[in-house]
Design a protein around this ligand. Structure first.
Ligand code: AMP
Ligand code: GLY
Length: 425
């Protein structure tokens, strides 16, 4: 069959690598892709938000299945456009992708269906939000309602910071229209875990857990980023946590969406915080995590296409989702200065070493071809993933492989997976 993947990041490279392994796939396309994806798929210069062009391309090439990677096109309704054109597509439609697209929606859903999450209030009037803050406990969390490239969350230590935050989000529109509405939420503490799942509208199958490292600097300092590295599984995701989430969170979310007339087909990514009172949902995403996909997918035993087709056909209950008994660690190689400002266009050397080395992967995020060279083309440039029998071994392998690659201004965190040691895993 012919498969089209939409997107251009490390997540899409990981999806493409998984899909390319399927015996069912004869031809793989990616729009727009990057210099890494290009080695396993034919990349076409159509952006992820160019819905009509994507639909026309898919019809013209008689694509059998389209997989949409990023949040923007999902929340914007690409799946609806492709379905209306008679195409087969994996991912939530616009009605369901609101689970990620509106934090107010997802919080209200959790409240209505008793899914454990932080206490909150929603405001569309800055005056009311400011008045509420006067009596609220600090620290407190402010969240712009809509998509804000993962940056629309402010953790405020005191009233002054919180008031300034409301002004930034709602009046100065620092995150654009996503700040027309704001969620003000109780501050929680605990370890974070990312759990990805396949969903067919009614059945949910959980993938192996992962943990991201969102801050730019070692020791979780510096600005929030899209993610600087991941490991999987998370040793903190114990059987007890799994039981709790299965009982109160996963199926409850899928059932809630169905009950709201918004059946969800695709990937639900549960951002969980393991608090003293038990696991709580921090956020939902309607897609694979990036770089979570880069440690979870290399460990998946199933044929990706079989699982994706079961989601589309509503037969996910018949799939036995299985993961290797090993571990994986991904270290992001970024451009120094990310996430604020950084230079692009530096030649990347050493990539060939990954080509035939089992258990090592170099997923491209911000790269492009320039003549015979592959050059840096973004903040997050590459995701170097390695597997190992244990998390410690995987981490040692990933940091070893991170040295194989060289480019000017290369930056990485040196403590991805440090938490593993605390768990005594
Ligand atoms: P989100 O985009 O909602 O996942 O938020 C980004 C990050 O902000 C999360 O990964 C957490 O580290 C932090 N965060 C979000 N909500 C809360 C909360 N209620 N309490 C503490 N930290 C939070
Ligand atoms: N790594 C976090 C995310 O994909 O949203």
């Amino acid at each position: 069959m012919k498969v089209l993947i939409v997107g251009s990041g490390g997540r899409e490279h990981a999806i493409a690598a998984s899909v390319a392994k399927s015996a069912k796939v004869d031809k793989l396309y990616c729009a727009p892709g990057n210099a890494g994806i290009e080695q396993i798929a034919e990349c076409v210069p159509i952006g992820a938000m160019e819905f009509e062009k994507l639909a026309n391309f898919a019809k013209e090439k008689e694509i059998d299945l389209t997989i949409v990677g990023p949040d923007d096109p999902l929340v914007g309704g690409l799946v609806d456009v492709l379905k209306a054109a008679g195409l087969r597509v994996f991912g939530p439609d616009e009605k369901a992708a609101i689970l990620e697209g509106s934090k107010a929606f997802s919080k209200d859903l959790m409240k209505k269906y008793h899914i454990p999450t932080a206490a909150y209030e929603t405001f569309d009037d800055p005056k009311a939000a400011l008045a509420y803050l006067e009596t609220a406990d600090m620290p407190i969390v402010l969240k712009a309602d809509g998509l804000a490239l993962g940056k629309g969350v402010l953790i405020c230590q005191n009233l002054e910071e919180a008031k300034a935050g409301v002004k930034e989000i709602m009046e100065d529109k620092k995150f654009g229209d996503s700040g027309n509405k704001i969620v003000i939420e109780e501050f929680m503490t605990g370890r974070e875990v990312s759990v990805l799942s396949f969903v067919d509208g009614k059945t949910i199958k959980i993938m192996s857990s992962a943990q991201d490292h969102k801050r730019a600097g070692d020791g979780d300092t510096g600005l929030n980023t899209g993610g600087m590295g991941t490991f999987s599984p998370s040793p903190f995701y114990t059987e007890e946590v799994d039981d709790y989430c299965k009982k109160y969170i996963y199926q409850a979310t899928v059932d809630a969406m169905a009950a709201e007339g918004r059946p969800f087909q695709g990937i639900i990514f549960f951002g969980l915080m393991l608090t003293e009172k038990g696991p709580r949902v921090l956020e939902y995403n309607a897609r694979f995590g990036d770089p979570e996909a880069q440690v979870v997918l290399p460990r998946m035993k199933n044929d990706m296409i079989e699982v994706v087709e079961a989601c589309i056909d509503g037969t996910l209950d018949q799939i036995d989702l299985q993961f290797e008994e090993n571990a994986a660690v991904c270290v992001i190689l970024a451009s120094d200065g990310y996430p604020v400002s950084y230079e692009k266009g530096f030649v990347i050397k050493g990539l060939e070493r990954f080509e035939n080395t089992d258990g090592y992967y170099c997923f491209h995020a911000g790269t492009k071809r320039n003549g015979n060279d592959i050059v840096t083309n973004g903040g997050r440039v590459l995701g170097v993933t390695a597997t190992g029998d244990t998390l410690q071994k995987a981490r040692a392998n990933a940091y070893e492989a991170a040295k194989w690659v060289a480019f000017e201004n290369k930056y990485m965190r040196s403590d991805i997976g440090k938490a593993i040691d605390e768990a005594g895993a």
